[in-house]
Design a protein around this ligand. Structure first.
Ligand code: GSH
Length: 175
């Protein structure tokens, strides 16, 4: 939302205080996971605002409704592909220890090759697909500073670039 200048108000919840497991939040995401989006521009048939969980679904909704990034069916399909890759295939390889040994090198090697040109993953502008992939990658040095990323120079460069993006800095300062 910072990237695309979409106006929003941020409600912060403390996981330490289990605020994501309280009844009021469970009405938005019954699974108690963050993030969620409440979008009153899109009321449901019962008059309640649209409530969305899963960051991939949130990114796709924002890209489709609040940006001009996705102009073709092909680019919508490719954006969906990258969002699902980021949030299932890649995030499991990065963050689930039992998968890291087997999956991490294979996925990182190919991702490194794909990121070498520094072009948007879909279309011509930095968008939802880049956001999902780069957000996952940028967690690596924060959560696992001991992992050696030297074999993946394009990924290292991508992480450095996203860390310099004003929207990323602003969003992470709020996190
Ligand atoms: N696939 C989900 C992952 C959601 C998720 O695991 N969120 C974590 C924070 S990053 C969470 O809410 N954890 C709190 C908990 O499990 O109690 C997404 O992309 O939105």
């Amino acid at each position: 939302m910072e990237e695309k200048k979409i106006s929003y108000s941020l409600i912060e919840l403390s996981r330490d205080k289990d605020e994501n497991l309280q009844a009021e939040f469970l009405k938005v995401n019954p699974f108690g996971k963050l993030p969620v989006l409440i979008d009153s521009n899109f009321p449901m048939p019962d008059g309640e605002p649209l409530k969305l969980f899963e960051s991939g679904a949130i990114l796709l909704h924002l890209a489709e409704q609040y940006s001009d990034d996705i102009k073709t069916i092909e680019n919508k399909a490719l954006t969906s592909q990258w969002l699902q890759f980021a949030n299932s295939t890649l995030s499991i390889a990065l963050f689930v220890p039992s998968h890291r040994e087997k999956e991490f090198p294979r996925l990182m090697k190919e991702l490194d090759r794909q990121l070498v040109t520094n072009q948007p993953l879909v279309g011509n502008v930095w968008g939802a697909a880049d956001c999902a992939i780069q957000a996952n990658l940028a967690y690596l040095p924060l959560l696992f500073p001991y992992i050696d990323l030297a074999p993946y120079p394009s990924i290292q460069a991508t992480i450095k670039r996203v860390e310099r993006r004003p929207a990323y800095r602003k969003a992470m300062a709020k996190a």
